[in-house]
Design a protein around this ligand. Sequence first.
Ligand code: G3H
Ligand code: 13P
Ligand code: ZN
Length: 314
Amino acid sequence: MPYVNTKTLLDKANKENYGIPALNINNLEFLQSIIDAGKEEKSPVIIETSEGAIKYAGSGDAQRGARIFVDMVRAYADSVDIPVSLHLDHGKTFVIIMAAIKAGYGSVMIDASEHPFEENLEKTRRIVEIAHSVGVSVEAELGQLVGIEDNVDVKEEEATLVDPEEARQFVDESDVDFLAPAIGTSHGAFKFKGEARLDFDRLRAVKDSTGIPLVLHGASSVPDEIVKLAEEHGADFKGAKGVPSEILKQTVQFGINKVNTDTDLRMAFIAGLRETLAETPAEFDPRKYFKKPKEYVKNLIRERMRILGCSGKA
Ligand code: G3H
Ligand code: 13P
Ligand code: ZN
């Protein structure tokens, strides 16, 4: 099936009220696991790369990195009968956003959420005008996540949740396609010190006031069994805590359609890799020692697709 624009996938998810995981990659192996999971679940697939991933793939050259990801993802999309899209996650740099658009990404995020409302709106408008002129869709963020957003430290006390009235104005005036409202998640493996809790009322109000596909950042669950497995083989993830599956399901009920997930894939991969290295100390062929990590990543994604309701929606 074709390589598609993310908007096609998210408009359908919004209409039919399900979520699709948007899965971060840095290399070939994670892409393979994601495509296999999508095939087995008959689910649409959204791949995303951060600016850091693009620089990594291009050895510092963003144009090259963006082209590598488009070529890789397109080659896989052409070979499967599920729709696959490629999205730029947390675009903050004009040059990298342009590199992604030029290379053929189907959607980009302009993340100007650390700026005051008017500045965020202005920066978003500028990207929307350029991206829409070449058929690329755009995500923006309102409010700030607690924690670290692509190398910018956001102190806990400065964290602000989205204002639903501002969300309406922002969407009307920017013509953005998808909105990420801050409702209490954070990036990484250490999301909550106490009980996991998100602001559902705020989420519902943003959905009512905008009606467009909404995005949950920092959506990893950090499953206990993965943490345990990794720790049995030498990892130290003390205090790791994510968004429980039940809560993820509820966010979808209240209007989330794109569920950004990176940490869980990294955790599943490292658990499988640690296990393999411990069990087969003589192995040095990457195609063999990546087998179990890839399997764990695929299984985690399959389960997530079922939880979010996108299995069978391809
Ligand atoms: O939201 C951030 C993603 O997890 C990407 O993180 O900048 O380490 O690639 P990264
Ligand atoms: P996690 O760190 O919870 O996987 O969040 C990833 C994310 O929001 C990417 O944009
Ligand atoms: Zn994010």
